[in-house]
Design a protein around this ligand. Structure first.
Ligand code: PLP
Length: 442
């Protein structure tokens, strides 16, 4: 692969050449089949190559190309109605569509802010997030997130309030032995630091994405955070871009704990890789003050593109028809067993974590201390390269101190044989990368 050959930006092009995709596989121009163990960037939930989605997009495009987002089209109504009827938690029922996760995060932040401005509480503007989190690459999304690596270059543009701690059991120093949910109470401190009257919302990934790799909160955590938000009159925003639409074995990760957020946004699995689409979903009580005041939120030009809505509607129909959320839960448990069998005693795997079909494997130099490999050793890119050489794509995650995290998020349709293949290629890739690092030290 020659990164200079094509006119792309660094990091945004010049990688592996792919000629096509099919089922659980990526196919290279020379016909090699690479198991898509991460569904791309944890996206391809229903598997690749469903022609009925392509047909739905083609039919939509023949009917309607572009119309401004506020206009009503058949595809927009169908998708919003399906979400409201079959997918969204509790009384979250208002939908607005975006082109992906980052602009959905940005819009969710704007809705939260506008809610308070319209209600006559203009001092409320801070959105408090957590360490080791990621909500997207717009400046607002980066600001509320806690992905230090991705934020570093833009530090002068970031002005957010302090962050609450991550719920990161492997390295938790907040509690003495038994978990007291001190990580959730960390929100109280962050709120107090800027004054509750200046805070609009709290934002969490109910199950963490790739920043630290599939961090699952302790029992009671999300409910405690929801109580804190309610006590201070704040909105709770759930970022379900990675965890939503079945990925963790429930429709949304919040459903595992029966918490209904005020705002929820998603992306990735909504289009399952067939289209670029995200969405912000709100309780009516969140948008009502904006309506009552006659205020408006500016749309993105490509919000709710009819063809994207048609694709997403078909994706969700397939998920329901084939019971893929349930399948993600069952397949996830089986894959978890295989991963624990293969890696629980591995000298360089500190932890296999996750839920449903979202996993993170945190790699460390020393399991006794959980000390990471030196960043300069670039362990993770070596794991990914060895994975590709052996026939599987793994998604690189992690941000210090969870420095090297392999993220897994295969299609919900992955077969047992493919799961076995995934685990055996991953073991080979980790061992090859560790051996490579060791050989360079001597
Ligand atoms: N939020 C979470 C939890 C994510 O994992 C991501 C992307 O990885 C985003 C937001 C941003 O989404 P996008 O890359 O579609 O802009």
């Amino acid at each position: 692969m020659d990164s200079e050959r094509y006119p792309f930006l660094p990091g945004l092009g010049g990688g592996l050449e792919i000629a096509g995709t099919e089922g659980s596989f990526l196919i290279t121009p020379d016909g090699r089949r690479i198991l898509d163990a991460a569904g791309g960037a944890i996206v391809a939930s229903i598997g690749h190559g469903r022609t009925e989605v392509a047909d739905a997009v083609a039919a939509s495009m023949r009917r309607t190309t572009y119309v401004v987002p506020p206009f009503v089209t058949e595809e927009r109504v169908a998708l919003a109605t399906r979400l409201q009827d079959d997918w969204l938690p509790g009384d979250v029922e208002r939908c607005v569509f975006t082109s992906g996760g980052s602009d959905a995060a940005d819009l969710a932040i704007r809705v939260a802010r506008q809610h308070f401005v319209s209600k006559g509480e203009p001092s409320r503007h801070h959105v408090i997030g957590r360490a080791l989190s990621y909500h997207g690459t717009t400046l607002s999304a980066l600001d509320v997130g806690g992905h230090t690596k991705r934020k570093a270059a833009y530090a002068p543009l970031m002005q957010g309030p302090p962050k609450a701690p991550a719920c990161y059991a492997l390295r938790c120093e907040l509690c003495d032995g038994t978990c007291s949910l001190a990580c959730a109470d960390g929100f109280e401190e962050a709120i107090a630091a800027v004054g509750a009257e200046n805070v609009a919302a709290l934002i969490v990934e109910p199950i963490g994405g790739s920043t630290a790799g599939a961090l699952v909160p302790p029992e009671g955590y999300l409910r405690r955070v929801a109580e804190i938000a309610q006590r201070h009159g704040l909105l709770l925003i759930a970022d379900e871009v990675m965890s939503g639409f079945g990925r963790t074995g429930a429709k949304f990760a919040v459903d595992h704990w029966e918490v209904v957020p005020d705002l929820l946004f998603g992306g990735k699995g909504l289009g399952a890789g067939y289209t670029s689409i995200g969405g912000v979903f709100a309780r009516t009580s969140v948008v009502q003050p904006i309506r009552d005041a006659g205020d408006e939120l500016m749309f993105y030009t490509f919000s709710a593109h009819p063809a994207a809505c048609a694709a997403a509607d078909k994706v969700l129909e397939i998920m329901s028809r084939e019971k893929l959320v349930e399948r993600a839960a069952v397949t996830g448990e089986r894959l978890a067993e295989r991963l624990h069998d293969a890696f629980d005693d591995h000298p360089h795997v500190a932890e296999v974590r996750g839920r449903g079909l979202l996993f993170g494997l945190e790699l460390v130099a020393d399991r006794a201390t959980n000390a990471p490999f030196a960043a300069s050793e670039r362990l993770l890119p070596k794991v990914v390269a060895a994975g590709l050489a052996n026939g599987a794509f793994f998604y690189p995650g992690g941000s210090p101190p969870a420095q090297d995290v392999v993220c897994l998020g295969p299609p919900f349709t992955i077969s047992d044989d493919e799961s076995d293949q995934l685990v055996s290629i991953l073991a080979k890739a980790i061992d090859a990368a560790v051996a490579n690092v060791a050989s360079r030290r001597t």
